[in-house]
Design a protein around this ligand. Structure first.
Ligand code: 5AD
Length: 327
């Protein structure tokens, strides 16, 4: 069935979710991989209209972690059993290669068996290469939308879909396991746009796919827009699973933030990754991409036993290996 037909047929969504769940189980069993999410800076030079940490939001208390704190987060995560560390941040101009390379090198030396994922936005090819050579293995960079007009509406001047897609191609070429994805329900997005985003994902075959609902942040230009639909997000996630059977697909924080059973419903719709928050507790609420972002309880590294119980209740369990993409 065509992607657009699936997205336009809510009556078919329960069967779609079930089919996606079966594909995930056939490839991964009932194991769910974990990624420890370290939000290293909420400074950002960009001004994306949907994002709470956009440059022009003066209400955010800005912070950045130093190398020592990032390493301490890894240490905490490692002790809990996490084997992937995700360094995520806004496009903070002080997060230079001179800063990042030594940090990544140290993580790589201290935890040789762990995966290091970066999610730091658009950088030059030389920079991506330096970070890869320092020991990073994976990179997350959502394409956000393949509709160039919508991309332009959502992003500040100077950002373009073309640059974003070039970055993705560069990351793949360098050898990163590469993740992309988009928000569901961002203002101006049509169901046709979502179908195009999924077709793009089918053609790119990324190793990781992040799909979450748009959630408004009150201090942004889109602060009064309605949140995306949980059901449509789940349908999109299930289609992503069907077209990329072995991809690593998180049940996103946004999904968990919007609905109390969002995290589990994501797993039951074909997701196979959860990303517990491993940032220092005192900084966590400052990384406010949208209102009501979950960062505690089962969404946090300290709450991993809660997560395990949630998963067990529906017949799943945490898989403690580092969960690389298998071609
Ligand atoms: N609602 C949901 N997701 C958001 N992101 C940014 N702002 C929001 C929001 N208001 C997503 C973007 C980005 C990722 C890090 O978070 O897709 O790529």
């Amino acid at each position: 069935m065509r992607i657009l037909d699936c997205l336009s047929d809510p009556a078919g969504w329960p069967a779609l979710q079930e089919a996606a769940r079966e594909i995930a189980i056939a490839n991964f069993g009932h194991g769910v991989f974990l990624r420890g999410l370290i939000e290293i800076s909420n400074y950002c030079r960009n001004d994306c209209r949907y994002c709470g940490i956009r440059r022009s939001n003066r209400c955010v208390e800005r912070y950045r972690l130093n190398g020592e704190t990032i390493l301490a987060c890894c240490e905490t995560g490692y002790r809990i059993g996490l084997r992937t560390f995700v360094l995520q941040g806004g496009e903070d101009p002080t997060m230079t290669d001179e800063f990042l390379v030594p940090v990544i090198t140290q993580i790589r030396e201290k935890y040789p068996e762990c995966a290091i994922t970066l999610s730091l936005g658009e950088r030059s090819e030389a920079s991506y290469r330096a970070l890869f050579e320092a020991g990073a293995n994976r990179y997350l960079l959502r394409h956000e939308t393949v509709n160039p007009v919508l991309y332009g509406d959502l992003h500040p001047e100077g950002m373009s879909l073309e640059n974003r897609l070039n970055s993705l191609r560069t990351l793949k070429k360098i050898g990163f396991q590469t993740g992309t994805g988009f928000m569901v329900g961002v203002p101006g997005q049509t169901i046709e746009d979502i179908a195009e985003d999924l077709a793009f994902i089918r053609d790119l075959q990324p190793e990781m796919i992040g799909i979450g609902p748009f959630i408004p942040h009150s201090d942004t230009p889109l602060g009064h827009a309605p949140a995306g639909s949980v059901e449509l997000t789940l349908a999109s996630l299930s289609i992503a699973r069907a077209i990329c059977p072995t991809a690593l697909i998180p049940s996103t924080t946004a999904l968990a933030s919007l609905s109390t059973d969002g995290r589990i419903r994501g797993i039951l719709a074909g997701a196979n990754v959860v990303m517990p928050n491993l940032s220092p507790v005192e900084e966590r609420s400052k990384y406010s991409l949208y209102d009501g972002k979950a960062a505690f309880g089962a969404e946090a590294a300290e709450g991993i036993h809660m997560l395990e119980r949630e998963l067990n209740a529906v017949g799943y369990h945490i898989s403690w290996d580092r969960g690389d993409y298998k071609h």
